[in-house]
Design a protein around this ligand. Structure first.
Ligand code: AMP
Length: 449
């Protein structure tokens, strides 16, 4: 019997695959990563990477023992003779902050801006836009509590979205205050909900003891009905002086830069180490409950992970699949992945090697492919067209002897004669239209020069 991929996972496929959708198209993922890289690295962010599996305790402490992620959605990793104390990472922040602390990154100039991307794992109920292996782009800034850092982080998120071509995005901005503000808010919530204990879901009964703010985040319809009925006051009403001033400053910077947002008092991140600014990005095409991404300040996290000193931090994450659904909903055309600039085919077996050498000599410059066996001209043109090639060179003994190539431009149908030694120079003139691939950052393309 054939073996299929696990539920809630996707294969990322090459362009032209028969079962392709935008959120399984490998080149679409590359486009999102590349766009994010360009925006974030221009703002000074450096790429870093951490393992896909970490100590379970890192996630328990770093994401929070009262969250659904830790209570219900962790994938445990076992290997021979192991105690099962590892998990597949459900998000990127905890690992990055661990890495910052473990590797002494504090010595680098602060604020330190880091970014990463990769798969994340949560054993969720699978539905559209909700997978068990999904992919994120993450941005984290460590070492500064300045409101300007918060505003820049939010602005960068909107710039990534804009650079992708997605328009209908809303930034929902809130503040969850300082720990003492949250204590006051939790006390208020406890008092408010305790007389209605029976009307709460079982999960929320539990939350009432541990962390009442998380009730507001509940996905249960029963809880949401009670919240609406009680007319719960927002966290924003409970901000102390420091958090209120910080919130005003963040908003002032965003206003000055023309970043659109709406203040949403319902944004809650109920974990102890979250501080102040919290926000989400939503898109109407992805569904009201499903955010494109979200972020927040987490000044208490480093100490939660064992740092003696506090390290202020803030970060955000986009779901790449959700971004692709948004692109699809808006009908944004993705740049087609470029075919080879040159396709070379030999017309007789004796010249197959010559054709290969010629194609390989162009690869320092651009994508070039060759036929692995001799072909008749009609078959060679057909193959070149299927691969999306721009120029085709057919090699016979005459081309070899005369050191001259007849190139056919498949876009215009024109034929040009080019001396073999001028091939690179000739093709160089077409590079702008045929950058190597969208996923080749180390190779300068016209765009990022
Ligand atoms: P979170 O860490 O829960 O704030 O998630 C950040 C972003 O990752 C969300 O806004 C989504 O875009 C994406 N995301 C989270 N969970 C999933 C999932 N199960 N499937 C797909 N995308 C997800």
């Amino acid at each position: 019997m054939a073996i299929n991929r696990p539920k809630g996972t996707q294969d990322h496929l090459p362009d032209g695959s028969p079962k392709l959708s935008l959120d399984t198209r490998a080149s679409a993922f590359a486009f999102v990563r590349e766009t994010a890289r360009r925006v974030l690295e221009r703002a000074g962010a450096q790429f870093t990477d951490t393992p896909l599996f970490e100590e379970a305790e890192l996630v328990q402490r770093g994401v929070g023992g009262s969250t659904d992620i830790v209570r219900k959605e962790m994938f445990t990793v076992y290997y021979f003779g192991d105690h099962g104390g590892f998990i597949l990472r459900p998000e990127g922040t905890a690992g990055l902050v661990r890495s910052y602390l473990q590797n002494g990154l504090k010595q680098l100039p602060a604020p330190l801006k880091l970014w990463t991307h990769g798969p994340m794992f949560r054993a969720e109920n699978v539905q559209k836009g909700r997978l068990r292996q999904f992919h994120q782009v993450d941005y984290e800034v460590l070492g500064s509590a300045d409101a300007l850092v918060d505003a820049e982080a939010i602005a960068l998120m909107t710039e990534v979205v804009q650079a992708l071509g997605v328009r209908k995005v809303k930034v929902k901005l809130g503040s969850i205050g300082d720990p003492e503000d949250r204590e006051a808010y939790n006390a208020y919530l406890r008092e408010l909900f305790t007389p209605h204990l029976e009307a709460l879901s079982d999960d929320s009964k539990d939350r009432l003891g541990r962390n009442p703010m998380r009730i507001l985040d509940s996905k249960s319809a029963q809880d949401q009905a009670l919240i609406a009925e009680l007319g719960v006051r927002p966290m924003l009403d409970f901000l102390g002086e420091g958090a209120r001033t910080h919130f005003v400053q963040v908003r002032r910077h965003l206003d000055a830069w023309g970043v659109n947002y709406e203040v949403d008092p319902s944004i809650v991140r109920g974990l102890d180490y979250y501080r102040r600014t919290a926000w989400e990005l939503h898109h109407e095409g992805v569904g009201a409950k499903s955010a494109l991404g979200g972020g927040g300040r987490y000044d208490g996290l480093a100490q939660e992970l064992g740092s003696k000193e506090p390290v202020p931090g803030i970060g955000w994450a986009f779901g790449i699949e959700r971004l692709l659904l948004a692109l699809e909903a808006e009908g944004v055309p993705l740049p087609a992945s470029p075919g080879p600039l040159l396709y070379v085919a030999a017309m007789d077996e004796a010249n197959v090697g010559y054709a290969a050498t010629l194609a390989r000599s162009v690869r320092a410059l651009a994508r070039a492919e060759f036929a692995y066996r001799a072909m008749k001209p009609a078959a060679a043109f057909r193959d070149a067209e299927r691969r999306g090639a721009r120029f085709v060179a057919l090699i016979g003994s005459q081309e070899v002897e005369q050191d001259s190539l007849s190139l056919k431009d498949l876009q215009t149908g024109q034929q040009v004669q080019v001396p073999t030694r001028d091939l690179q120079g000739f093709l160089g003139g077409y590079l702008g239209a045929n950058p190597l691939t969208p996923d080749a950052p180390s190779q300068p393309t016209q765009e990022n020069l």
